[in-house]
Design a protein around this ligand. Structure first.
Ligand SMILES: O=P(O)(O)OC[C@H](O)CO
Length: 399
């Protein structure tokens, strides 16, 4: 396992200044104020994530808003449907927003049961009868909001693949976060934006617009990515994080296929002395085409000194970044062009050393069961592998 320390006296002295600089860069370039007084809990893998989410739903007294890209099958899909339906029957306003592509294999019986119980279900851009221009823009946000006081976001989809504790290839590795405090509003706004498009309603009498009391010490900015042409806030967020790194930039992503611009930003960071570490899926990946598109850049990255690890036990689906032990990103955004340019996303930028340290510990533990890609060996990869990397190039802007 690689051990890292960031605790030189000068680093300690400047941690607060670095956080403030990062905060001001993000606030002025994205135009959304960060909030203070948030409490966050990092949840690792289905065994921690799903019980926390379900318990929260079951405790709802007023409102439950849930949006997901993936709602597939399995017992966990039925547990969520039952919990949402039960709350709707109890008089809670329950709204469920499903992406028309990502959730197309949901059991129709569950939809029927939820609707009969009073759950408001809406589809985000179902491919049937949708303009081809909109087909490519998916709702990739994952959010659960309960009673305006707690929000969850991260990488998890509702399907049996995410159950368990990453013990084998049937249990995916993922990270979610539970947040309380004023940052809940940012996640709520991400839900409201997509719900309004799909249902025609923005809010109703169940929304209390209650005030938030401080819940903790974390400073959080909630950044929304929205599908459109041109430069996106999500790209600004990534660029600021990379360019603000002074000592260490760590990226965990399920799908790594950015454009050449972001590869160059990573290389530049490494060249100026930042330890850049990238943790990606290995032998178990559900989208080999994305992996190949990213592998096309491995040689360039390795040549600049970037460290690349491939996770061995199962599919790695988390979307987490940490910078200098000071700041962290967590949410729905992959480090690919689909997330940075095409889809609706939501990401928390967290300025909190304790929370960042927890995610760094997860990173260390994941690296311990990963294989590092070595430059010499990678350069000797097979012609077939090289041909496959080249073959996916024409479609990489959609990955
Ligand atoms: O797009 P993500 O990162 O939510 O992952 C879900 C995948 O599409 C599953 O194939």
């Amino acid at each position: 396992m690689t051990q890292h320390t960031l605790s030189s006296p000068s680093a300690d002295r400047s941690a607060g200044e670095r956080a403030l600089r990062m905060r001001r860069r993000l606030e002025r370039l994205i135009g959304i104020a960060a909030t203070e007084g948030n409490a966050l809990v990092a949840l690792r893998n289905g065994d921690e994530i799903f019980p926390a989410m379900l318990e929260s739903v079951r405790s709802a007294e007023y409102t439950v808003d849930m949006m997901t890209f993936v709602y597939w099958r399995g017992d966990i899909a039925r547990q969520f449907a039952r919990a949402l339906a039960e709350r709707a029957r109890a008089g809670v306003r329950v709204r469920l927003l499903l992406d028309g592509f990502g959730s197309r294999t949901i059991e129709k019986g569950l939809l029927k049961d939820m609707r009969e119980a009073g759950v408001h279900v809406a589809w985000f851009r179902q491919p049937v009868a949708l303009s081809p221009l909109k087909q490519n823009h998916r709702c990739h946000r994952k959010a659960l909001l309960v009673d305006e006081r707690v929000a969850f976001t991260g990488g998890v989809g509702i399907a049996e693949e995410w159950c368990g504790d990453a013990r084998n290839e049937r249990e995916w590795r993922d990270t979610h976060v539970e947040v309380r405090g004023p940052a809940v509003d940012g996640v709520a706004a991400a839900f409201a934006q997509n719900w309004a498009e799909c249902s025609g309603e923005l809010f109703d009498r169940h929304d209390r617009f209650s005030e938030h009391r401080p819940q903790g010490d974390a400073v959080v900015q909630v950044v929304r990515g929205s599908a459109s042409f041109g430069w996106q806030d999500m790209q600004t967020l990534m660029q600021v994080m990379i360019e603000s790194a002074e000592e260490r930039f760590r990226l965990t992503t399920a799908y790594f296929s950015p454009d050449a611009y972001f590869i160059e930003l990573l290389c530049r960071a490494s060249r100026r002395g930042v330890e850049v570490e990238i943790l990606l899926p290995g032998p178990y990946t559900d989208k080999r085409v994305c992996q190949l598109a990213g592998q096309h850049f491995y040689e360039d990255l390795l040549a600049c000194g970037v460290k690349i690890y491939q996770y061995q036990p199962t599919m790695l689906h988390a979307k987490v970044i940490t910078v200098d032990g000071t700041a962290a990103l967590i949410g729905s955004t992959n480090f690919n062009r689909r997330s940075l340019e095409h889809d609706e996303e939501v990401m928390l930028a967290v300025l909190d050393e304790e929370f960042t340290a927890t995610l760094d510990t997860h990173f260390d533990e994941d690296v311990a069961v990963s294989e590092q890609i070595r430059g010499g060996r990678w350069r000797r990869r097979s012609l077939l592998q090289r041909a496959r990397e080249t073959a996916v190039l024409p479609i990489r802007r959609f990955l």
